[in-house]
Design a protein around this ligand. Structure first.
Ligand code: ADP
Length: 439
């Protein structure tokens, strides 16, 4: 029904009833009494309306604590509509609070820092990543000027110049940050920070790797080119000299081949497209092969022993051959003639372990932590003399990482070294253990 009618019809009905009632009283008791009755009833009506107005104003002051009465006449409708509005408002507010909480949670999980500032750079809010990157504190620093909180000359210059379309690279508290200011709304700006320390480190590692690899390849290439030029310029060279040149070229070629193979192995080990496919690894067979290769490399200059006491495991035979083989060949290469090398596979209770102990030249403590870095060598010339690429222990590290194993190095200069690979119990091949027991 038309809301206007809905309001006016009952209101006029109520007025008409008062007037009719006053008319009846006037008819029976005289018109002056009738008029007085009408006046009293009208005043009563106005008092009721005023009372409802008062109740409404009190409720508007404290909508949470006061309760609206059911009301009378048009007030019933007004009060119920107000109730409904209030309920909708509460629901909207609850939804908004929930959204805000979700937004805050998302912001706090963001790896990038977000700082919201007003147009004159006073801090309004920042997420935990921004607190970490810039050393801010959301509670303590709120309302303070960001340039007073981040006292870095490059940052201040960036603010002064105001060229916000370009990000700024900032070195702050041992971190490399990429910072950008984005104006939003009319009177607000967002400062976004991205921690580029790790990507920067990886980029530097990549550059170092390429520089090192090129350097490593350049030396043998220069040697080979030199001999080839001699061969070209002096066709009648003494056959013995020519033979020694050829031998040197073959040696350098082999060096390059080893290097390229090691680089390819490393790349493959690092590739996520090349996941580990565990298989049964017959440790006894594997280590006997490695022992044979070590004896061939040693050429009888060392005493080499092998002890196999631990269980077989699950893993990649090829990768483990490469890792164990590298450790054993290092022991041979860095142990002078007459030295001793003990290769052991044992289970000492907390998981199987592989160890190679040599009586070689040993390593000073400051080098030990860096040995698994690519191309890191304690003595470059010695490594090259023995066909080392400087990538052996980096390969070992990656293979062990893929097998959940860790490498421990115990060494002292002139006292020999022990390289220990500790595996977790979970790699033990229980099926193979069962087979062994049944036989
Ligand atoms: P390389 O091909 O030069 O041997 P590795 O990565 O295998 O490269 O080893 C890195 C360096 O660690 C070697 O250059 C050597 O200085 C040192 N090293 C490795 N194994 C031993 C060892 N058993 N005894 C002494 N030094 C070692």
């Amino acid at each position: 029904m038309n809301p206007q009618l809905l309001f006016w019809v009952p209101a006029s009905l109520r007025l008409s009833i008062i007037l009719i009632f006053a008319g009846v009283v006037g008819y029976f008791f005289g018109w002056s009494i009738g008029l007085a009755t009408a006046l009293v009833l009208m005043i009563a009506l106005i008092v009721v309306q005023l009372n409802y107005l008062y109740l409404l104003s009190a409720w508007l002051d404290h909508p949470d604590s006061e309760k609206l009465p059911d009301g009378w006449g048009a007030w019933t409708d007004i009060f119920s509509r107000l109730y409904r509005l209030r309920r909708d408002d509460e629901r909207n507010r609850a939804e908004l609070t929930e959204w805000l909480a979700r937004f805050r949670q998302a912001m706090s999980l963001l790896p990038d820092g977000v700082v919201i500032m007003d147009d004159v750079l006073f801090l309004e809010w920042c997420n935990p990543a921004a607190e970490k990157h810039l050393g801010l504190n959301n509670g303590r620093d709120k309302g303070m000027r960001v340039t007073n909180l981040i006292r870095n000359p490059d940052f201040i210059d960036y603010i002064i110049l105001g060229r916000y379309e370009q990000p700024l690279t900032l070195s702050l508290k041992d971190r490399k940050l990429i910072v950008q200011i984005i104006p939003f709304e009319n009177r607000r700006q967002i400062l976004v920070t991205h921690d580029a320390t790790e990507s920067d480190r990886i980029e530097m590692m990549r550059r170092d790797f390429i520089a090192n690899a090129s350097h490593e390849l350049r030396t043998p290439l220069t040697v080979i080119n030199g001999f080839l030029e001699i061969a070209q310029g002096q066709p009648n060279l003494d056959p013995d000299v020519r033979m020694s040149h050829l031998n040197l070229m073959i040696e350098q070629g082999k060096r390059m081949q080893n290097l390229v193979e090691d680089m390819l192995t490393l790349t493959r080990l690092e590739s996520i497209d090349y996941p580990l496919r565990p298989e049964h690894v017959n440790i006894g067979n594997l280590l006997r092969q490695i022992l044979q290769e070590a004896e061939a490399l040693s050429g009888g200059r060392h005493t080499i022993s092998l002890t196999v006491e631990g269980p077989d495991i699950q893993g990649s035979t090829d990768e483990l051959r490469s890792a164990f083989g590298n450790l054993v060949s290092n022991a041979v290469r860095y142990t002078p003639e007459g030295g001793r090398i003990d290769i052991k596979w044992q289970d000492l209770g907390h998981g199987p372990q592989f160890s190679v102990k040599d009586s070689g030249i040993g390593i000073r403590a400051e080098h030990i932590v860096r040995l698994t870095e690519r191309f890191y060598r304690v003595d470059k010339s010695r490594s090259r003399e023995t066909q080392g690429t400087g990538l052996g222990l980096a390969i070992v590290k990656h293979v062990l990482l893929r097998h959940g194993a860790v490498l421990a190095i115990e060494s002292q200069p002139e006292m020999g070294s022990t390289f220990i690979v500790k595996f977790d119990n979970s790699v033990v091949d229980n099926d193979a253990l069962g087979l062994l027991k049944n036989h």
